[in-house]
Write a protein that binds this ligand. Structure first.
Ligand SMILES: [Zn+2]
Length: 352
Protein backbone atom coordinates (compact mmCIF):
# COMPACT_ATOMS: atom_id res chain seq x y z
CA UNK A 1 0.00 0.00 0.00
CA UNK A 2 1.26 3.50 -0.58
CA UNK A 3 1.37 4.20 -4.32
CA UNK A 4 -0.47 7.25 -5.58
CA UNK A 5 -3.99 6.14 -6.59
CA UNK A 6 -3.93 8.45 -9.60
CA UNK A 7 -0.90 6.76 -11.09
CA UNK A 8 -1.78 3.11 -10.58
CA UNK A 9 -0.74 1.05 -13.56
CA UNK A 10 -0.19 -2.67 -13.47
CA UNK A 11 2.18 -4.08 -16.05
CA UNK A 12 2.23 -0.68 -17.72
CA UNK A 13 -1.44 -0.94 -18.72
CA UNK A 14 -4.45 0.62 -17.09
CA UNK A 15 -5.27 -1.20 -13.89
CA UNK A 16 -8.94 -1.84 -14.60
CA UNK A 17 -8.15 -3.95 -17.67
CA UNK A 18 -5.53 -5.83 -15.67
CA UNK A 19 -8.00 -6.38 -12.82
CA UNK A 20 -10.67 -7.61 -15.22
CA UNK A 21 -8.27 -10.16 -16.70
CA UNK A 22 -6.99 -11.43 -13.35
CA UNK A 23 -8.49 -14.76 -12.28
CA UNK A 24 -10.80 -14.07 -9.35
CA UNK A 25 -12.87 -15.92 -6.77
CA UNK A 26 -16.24 -14.60 -5.63
CA UNK A 27 -17.23 -16.00 -2.24
CA UNK A 28 -20.16 -13.80 -1.31
CA UNK A 29 -22.71 -13.69 -4.07
CA UNK A 30 -26.45 -14.04 -3.52
CA UNK A 31 -28.37 -15.54 -6.41
CA UNK A 32 -31.47 -13.51 -5.55
CA UNK A 33 -29.35 -10.35 -5.31
CA UNK A 34 -28.03 -10.96 -8.81
CA UNK A 35 -31.36 -9.91 -10.31
CA UNK A 36 -30.71 -6.84 -12.48
CA UNK A 37 -33.30 -4.15 -13.35
CA UNK A 38 -33.61 -5.75 -16.79
CA UNK A 39 -34.33 -9.24 -15.34
CA UNK A 40 -36.81 -7.72 -12.89
CA UNK A 41 -38.57 -5.98 -15.76
CA UNK A 42 -38.88 -9.28 -17.64
CA UNK A 43 -40.27 -11.03 -14.55
CA UNK A 44 -42.71 -8.22 -13.74
CA UNK A 45 -44.08 -8.47 -17.29
CA UNK A 46 -44.26 -12.27 -17.05
CA UNK A 47 -46.26 -12.16 -13.81
CA UNK A 48 -48.00 -8.83 -14.43
CA UNK A 49 -47.00 -7.58 -11.00
CA UNK A 50 -47.64 -3.99 -10.03
CA UNK A 51 -44.22 -3.03 -11.40
CA UNK A 52 -44.96 -4.25 -14.93
CA UNK A 53 -45.67 -0.80 -16.34
CA UNK A 54 -42.33 0.61 -15.16
CA UNK A 55 -39.39 0.98 -17.53
CA UNK A 56 -35.99 -0.43 -16.62
CA UNK A 57 -34.86 3.06 -15.66
CA UNK A 58 -37.91 3.62 -13.44
CA UNK A 59 -37.35 0.24 -11.75
CA UNK A 60 -33.76 1.26 -11.21
CA UNK A 61 -34.83 4.53 -9.59
CA UNK A 62 -37.54 2.98 -7.42
CA UNK A 63 -36.08 -0.35 -6.32
CA UNK A 64 -32.31 -0.28 -6.82
CA UNK A 65 -31.40 2.76 -4.69
CA UNK A 66 -31.54 2.53 -0.89
CA UNK A 67 -31.83 5.00 1.97
CA UNK A 68 -30.51 2.45 4.46
CA UNK A 69 -30.15 -1.27 5.17
CA UNK A 70 -33.87 -1.76 5.84
CA UNK A 71 -34.85 -0.04 2.57
CA UNK A 72 -32.46 -2.46 0.88
CA UNK A 73 -34.12 -5.45 2.60
CA UNK A 74 -37.50 -4.22 1.34
CA UNK A 75 -36.27 -4.09 -2.24
CA UNK A 76 -34.69 -7.50 -1.77
CA UNK A 77 -38.03 -8.88 -0.73
CA UNK A 78 -39.78 -7.38 -3.77
CA UNK A 79 -37.16 -8.94 -6.03
CA UNK A 80 -37.66 -12.31 -4.30
CA UNK A 81 -41.41 -12.13 -4.86
CA UNK A 82 -40.69 -12.12 -8.60
CA UNK A 83 -38.69 -15.37 -8.47
CA UNK A 84 -41.44 -17.96 -8.65
CA UNK A 85 -40.37 -21.02 -10.58
CA UNK A 86 -37.12 -22.77 -11.52
CA UNK A 87 -36.99 -20.99 -14.91
CA UNK A 88 -36.82 -17.61 -13.14
CA UNK A 89 -33.89 -18.70 -11.00
CA UNK A 90 -32.19 -20.26 -14.04
CA UNK A 91 -32.46 -16.95 -15.87
CA UNK A 92 -30.48 -15.33 -13.05
CA UNK A 93 -27.91 -18.14 -13.01
CA UNK A 94 -27.51 -17.83 -16.79
CA UNK A 95 -26.77 -14.15 -16.40
CA UNK A 96 -24.24 -15.01 -13.70
CA UNK A 97 -22.59 -17.44 -16.11
CA UNK A 98 -22.03 -14.53 -18.52
CA UNK A 99 -20.78 -12.40 -15.65
CA UNK A 100 -18.24 -15.05 -14.63
CA UNK A 101 -16.93 -15.18 -18.20
CA UNK A 102 -16.72 -11.40 -18.59
CA UNK A 103 -14.95 -11.02 -15.26
CA UNK A 104 -12.68 -14.08 -15.41
CA UNK A 105 -14.19 -15.46 -12.21
CA UNK A 106 -12.63 -18.91 -11.91
CA UNK A 107 -14.40 -19.89 -8.72
CA UNK A 108 -17.72 -18.83 -7.20
CA UNK A 109 -19.67 -19.79 -4.11
CA UNK A 110 -23.26 -18.77 -4.81
CA UNK A 111 -25.70 -18.28 -1.96
CA UNK A 112 -29.24 -19.56 -2.52
CA UNK A 113 -32.01 -19.10 0.04
CA UNK A 114 -34.62 -21.88 -0.21
CA UNK A 115 -36.57 -20.26 2.64
CA UNK A 116 -37.71 -17.63 0.13
CA UNK A 117 -39.73 -20.02 -2.08
CA UNK A 118 -40.87 -21.88 1.06
CA UNK A 119 -42.27 -18.64 2.40
CA UNK A 120 -44.53 -18.44 -0.64
CA UNK A 121 -45.29 -22.17 -0.43
CA UNK A 122 -43.21 -22.94 -3.46
CA UNK A 123 -40.85 -25.87 -3.97
CA UNK A 124 -37.39 -24.72 -2.87
CA UNK A 125 -35.90 -28.17 -3.48
CA UNK A 126 -37.09 -28.35 -7.08
CA UNK A 127 -35.42 -24.98 -7.68
CA UNK A 128 -32.17 -26.23 -6.10
CA UNK A 129 -32.17 -29.35 -8.30
CA UNK A 130 -32.59 -27.17 -11.41
CA UNK A 131 -29.79 -24.86 -10.27
CA UNK A 132 -27.39 -27.73 -9.62
CA UNK A 133 -28.13 -29.22 -13.03
CA UNK A 134 -27.47 -25.86 -14.71
CA UNK A 135 -24.29 -25.54 -12.65
CA UNK A 136 -22.90 -28.73 -14.18
CA UNK A 137 -23.65 -27.36 -17.65
CA UNK A 138 -21.93 -24.05 -16.89
CA UNK A 139 -18.90 -25.79 -15.40
CA UNK A 140 -18.48 -28.00 -18.45
CA UNK A 141 -18.87 -25.18 -20.98
CA UNK A 142 -16.71 -22.59 -19.23
CA UNK A 143 -13.85 -22.64 -16.73
CA UNK A 144 -15.69 -21.47 -13.60
CA UNK A 145 -16.00 -23.86 -10.65
CA UNK A 146 -19.29 -23.22 -8.87
CA UNK A 147 -20.26 -24.33 -5.38
CA UNK A 148 -23.36 -23.48 -3.36
CA UNK A 149 -24.15 -22.23 0.13
CA UNK A 150 -27.73 -22.57 1.33
CA UNK A 151 -28.66 -19.61 3.47
CA UNK A 152 -30.99 -19.52 6.46
CA UNK A 153 -32.87 -16.27 7.06
CA UNK A 154 -32.30 -15.13 10.63
CA UNK A 155 -35.68 -13.47 11.13
CA UNK A 156 -37.50 -16.57 9.77
CA UNK A 157 -36.42 -18.54 12.85
CA UNK A 158 -35.03 -22.00 13.62
CA UNK A 159 -37.67 -24.16 11.96
CA UNK A 160 -36.94 -22.75 8.52
CA UNK A 161 -33.20 -22.92 9.31
CA UNK A 162 -33.46 -26.61 10.25
CA UNK A 163 -35.17 -27.35 6.96
CA UNK A 164 -32.43 -25.44 5.10
CA UNK A 165 -29.70 -27.39 6.92
CA UNK A 166 -31.33 -30.71 6.00
CA UNK A 167 -31.58 -29.67 2.36
CA UNK A 168 -27.92 -28.61 2.33
CA UNK A 169 -26.91 -31.96 3.81
CA UNK A 170 -29.00 -33.88 1.27
CA UNK A 171 -27.24 -32.17 -1.66
CA UNK A 172 -23.79 -32.04 -0.15
CA UNK A 173 -22.26 -34.39 -2.68
CA UNK A 174 -23.88 -32.53 -5.57
CA UNK A 175 -22.28 -29.09 -5.21
CA UNK A 176 -23.60 -27.72 -1.91
CA UNK A 177 -20.65 -27.03 0.39
CA UNK A 178 -22.05 -24.88 3.15
CA UNK A 179 -24.85 -23.68 5.36
CA UNK A 180 -25.21 -19.94 5.84
CA UNK A 181 -27.05 -17.49 8.03
CA UNK A 182 -28.18 -14.18 6.57
CA UNK A 183 -30.96 -11.65 7.00
CA UNK A 184 -31.43 -9.12 9.76
CA UNK A 185 -28.68 -9.18 12.41
CA UNK A 186 -30.90 -7.24 14.77
CA UNK A 187 -33.62 -9.89 14.80
CA UNK A 188 -33.14 -13.25 16.57
CA UNK A 189 -30.10 -14.02 18.71
CA UNK A 190 -27.44 -16.32 17.27
CA UNK A 191 -27.92 -18.90 20.06
CA UNK A 192 -31.32 -19.80 18.62
CA UNK A 193 -29.47 -21.47 15.72
CA UNK A 194 -26.70 -23.09 17.77
CA UNK A 195 -27.87 -26.69 17.56
CA UNK A 196 -28.74 -26.48 13.88
CA UNK A 197 -25.29 -25.20 13.00
CA UNK A 198 -23.63 -27.80 15.24
CA UNK A 199 -25.62 -30.48 13.40
CA UNK A 200 -24.54 -29.07 10.04
CA UNK A 201 -20.89 -28.99 11.14
CA UNK A 202 -21.14 -32.61 12.31
CA UNK A 203 -22.40 -33.40 8.81
CA UNK A 204 -19.27 -31.82 7.31
CA UNK A 205 -20.92 -28.69 5.97
CA UNK A 206 -18.90 -25.47 6.14
CA UNK A 207 -20.54 -22.62 8.01
CA UNK A 208 -20.90 -19.10 6.64
CA UNK A 209 -22.45 -16.44 8.86
CA UNK A 210 -23.39 -12.85 8.03
CA UNK A 211 -22.23 -10.84 11.04
CA UNK A 212 -20.75 -7.45 11.83
CA UNK A 213 -22.36 -5.82 8.79
CA UNK A 214 -24.82 -3.53 10.57
CA UNK A 215 -24.49 -5.26 13.97
CA UNK A 216 -21.50 -4.68 16.27
CA UNK A 217 -18.38 -6.80 16.92
CA UNK A 218 -20.33 -8.98 19.39
CA UNK A 219 -22.23 -10.40 16.42
CA UNK A 220 -18.94 -11.63 14.98
CA UNK A 221 -17.89 -13.13 18.34
CA UNK A 222 -21.25 -14.93 18.51
CA UNK A 223 -20.88 -16.20 14.94
CA UNK A 224 -17.47 -17.63 15.88
CA UNK A 225 -18.03 -18.87 19.40
CA UNK A 226 -21.71 -19.86 19.35
CA UNK A 227 -22.16 -21.04 15.75
CA UNK A 228 -18.55 -22.00 14.94
CA UNK A 229 -18.52 -20.03 11.68
CA UNK A 230 -15.74 -20.94 9.26
CA UNK A 231 -16.07 -17.64 7.42
CA UNK A 232 -17.83 -14.38 8.14
CA UNK A 233 -19.98 -12.49 5.65
CA UNK A 234 -18.92 -8.82 5.90
CA UNK A 235 -17.51 -8.71 9.46
CA UNK A 236 -16.27 -5.14 8.94
CA UNK A 237 -17.47 -4.05 12.39
CA UNK A 238 -14.81 -6.37 13.84
CA UNK A 239 -12.41 -3.47 13.22
CA UNK A 240 -13.91 -1.80 16.33
CA UNK A 241 -12.56 -4.56 18.59
CA UNK A 242 -8.79 -5.15 18.53
CA UNK A 243 -9.06 -8.49 20.40
CA UNK A 244 -11.44 -9.70 17.73
CA UNK A 245 -9.11 -8.54 14.96
CA UNK A 246 -6.31 -10.55 16.62
CA UNK A 247 -8.58 -13.58 16.95
CA UNK A 248 -9.56 -13.46 13.26
CA UNK A 249 -5.92 -13.23 12.22
CA UNK A 250 -4.71 -15.97 14.58
CA UNK A 251 -7.51 -18.36 13.63
CA UNK A 252 -7.35 -17.37 9.93
CA UNK A 253 -11.07 -16.72 9.75
CA UNK A 254 -11.85 -15.09 6.41
CA UNK A 255 -14.06 -12.03 6.10
CA UNK A 256 -15.82 -11.51 2.79
CA UNK A 257 -15.79 -7.75 2.41
CA UNK A 258 -18.23 -6.07 0.01
CA UNK A 259 -17.32 -2.39 -0.37
CA UNK A 260 -20.12 -1.19 -2.66
CA UNK A 261 -22.69 -3.13 -0.67
CA UNK A 262 -21.51 -1.44 2.56
CA UNK A 263 -21.76 1.93 0.85
CA UNK A 264 -25.21 1.40 -0.65
CA UNK A 265 -26.83 -0.09 2.44
CA UNK A 266 -25.16 2.52 4.63
CA UNK A 267 -23.43 -0.23 6.65
CA UNK A 268 -20.18 1.74 6.30
CA UNK A 269 -19.65 5.00 4.43
CA UNK A 270 -17.70 6.39 2.71
CA UNK A 271 -15.69 3.61 1.06
CA UNK A 272 -12.42 5.41 1.80
CA UNK A 273 -13.11 4.84 5.50
CA UNK A 274 -14.24 1.20 5.17
CA UNK A 275 -12.20 -0.96 7.61
CA UNK A 276 -11.08 -3.17 4.71
CA UNK A 277 -7.71 -1.39 4.47
CA UNK A 278 -7.08 -1.60 8.20
CA UNK A 279 -8.11 -5.26 8.44
CA UNK A 280 -5.87 -6.13 5.50
CA UNK A 281 -2.92 -4.33 7.08
CA UNK A 282 -3.53 -6.12 10.37
CA UNK A 283 -3.28 -9.50 8.61
CA UNK A 284 -6.97 -10.50 8.75
CA UNK A 285 -7.76 -12.79 5.77
CA UNK A 286 -10.03 -10.47 3.75
CA UNK A 287 -11.42 -11.16 0.30
CA UNK A 288 -13.37 -8.84 -2.01
CA UNK A 289 -16.90 -9.64 -3.18
CA UNK A 290 -20.00 -8.05 -4.68
CA UNK A 291 -22.69 -9.50 -2.32
CA UNK A 292 -25.57 -8.62 -4.68
CA UNK A 293 -24.14 -7.54 -8.04
CA UNK A 294 -27.61 -6.98 -9.55
CA UNK A 295 -29.11 -5.00 -6.70
CA UNK A 296 -25.96 -2.96 -6.13
CA UNK A 297 -25.08 -2.76 -9.83
CA UNK A 298 -21.46 -3.62 -9.37
CA UNK A 299 -19.04 -6.31 -10.51
CA UNK A 300 -15.96 -7.90 -8.96
CA UNK A 301 -13.55 -5.92 -11.15
CA UNK A 302 -15.16 -2.74 -9.88
CA UNK A 303 -14.73 -3.91 -6.27
CA UNK A 304 -11.01 -4.45 -6.90
CA UNK A 305 -10.77 -1.06 -8.66
CA UNK A 306 -12.30 0.61 -5.62
CA UNK A 307 -9.95 -1.23 -3.26
CA UNK A 308 -6.94 -0.18 -5.36
CA UNK A 309 -8.14 3.43 -5.53
CA UNK A 310 -9.20 3.93 -1.92
CA UNK A 311 -6.62 1.76 -0.16
CA UNK A 312 -3.71 2.36 -2.53
CA UNK A 313 -3.01 -1.31 -3.13
CA UNK A 314 -0.04 -2.30 -5.24
CA UNK A 315 -0.02 -5.18 -7.68
CA UNK A 316 1.42 -7.71 -5.23
CA UNK A 317 -1.25 -6.82 -2.65
CA UNK A 318 -3.99 -7.26 -5.25
CA UNK A 319 -2.62 -10.72 -6.03
CA UNK A 320 -2.62 -11.60 -2.33
CA UNK A 321 -6.26 -10.60 -2.00
CA UNK A 322 -7.20 -12.61 -5.10
CA UNK A 323 -5.47 -15.70 -3.69
CA UNK A 324 -7.09 -15.11 -0.30
CA UNK A 325 -10.39 -15.72 -2.09
CA UNK A 326 -9.17 -19.24 -2.92
CA UNK A 327 -7.73 -19.80 0.58
CA UNK A 328 -11.00 -18.81 2.25
CA UNK A 329 -13.14 -20.95 -0.05
CA UNK A 330 -15.08 -23.96 1.20
CA UNK A 331 -13.31 -26.38 -1.14
CA UNK A 332 -11.70 -29.51 0.32
CA UNK A 333 -7.93 -29.08 0.79
CA UNK A 334 -6.87 -31.04 -2.29
CA UNK A 335 -9.22 -29.21 -4.68
CA UNK A 336 -8.23 -25.91 -3.12
CA UNK A 337 -4.56 -26.59 -3.82
CA UNK A 338 -5.31 -27.45 -7.47
CA UNK A 339 -7.31 -24.23 -7.88
CA UNK A 340 -4.60 -22.25 -6.09
CA UNK A 341 -1.98 -23.54 -8.53
CA UNK A 342 -4.23 -22.65 -11.49
CA UNK A 343 -4.73 -19.11 -10.18
CA UNK A 344 -1.03 -18.66 -9.38
CA UNK A 345 0.00 -19.76 -12.87
CA UNK A 346 -2.54 -17.49 -14.50
CA UNK A 347 -1.43 -14.53 -12.37
CA UNK A 348 2.20 -15.29 -13.18
CA UNK A 349 1.45 -15.32 -16.92
CA UNK A 350 -0.45 -12.03 -16.69
CA UNK A 351 2.17 -10.25 -14.65
CA UNK A 352 5.30 -11.72 -16.29
ZN1 LIG B 1 -24.78 -11.24 1.92
Amino acid sequence: MGSDPETVTFRGSDSSEYLRRLPKAELHLHLEGSVTPSILRELSLKYQTKYHSLSEEELNQQLFQYQDFYAFLESYQIVCEHLREPADYLKVLDRLGEYFREENIGYAEIIYTPAVPWKFERDGKEILIALLEKTRELESTQGTMIRWILDCVRQFGPESAQRTAELAEEFQDRGVVGLGLGGDENSLEMKVFKEIFAWARAHRLFLHVHAGEIGGPQQVWDALLILGANRIGHGIQAARDSKLVDYLRQHTVGLDVCLTSNLKTGAWTPISENPFGLLFQRGVPVSLNTDDPGLFQTCLTEEFEKAVRFFHLNQEEVHRIVLQGVHSSFLPHKEKMVLMKRFQEEIHRLSA
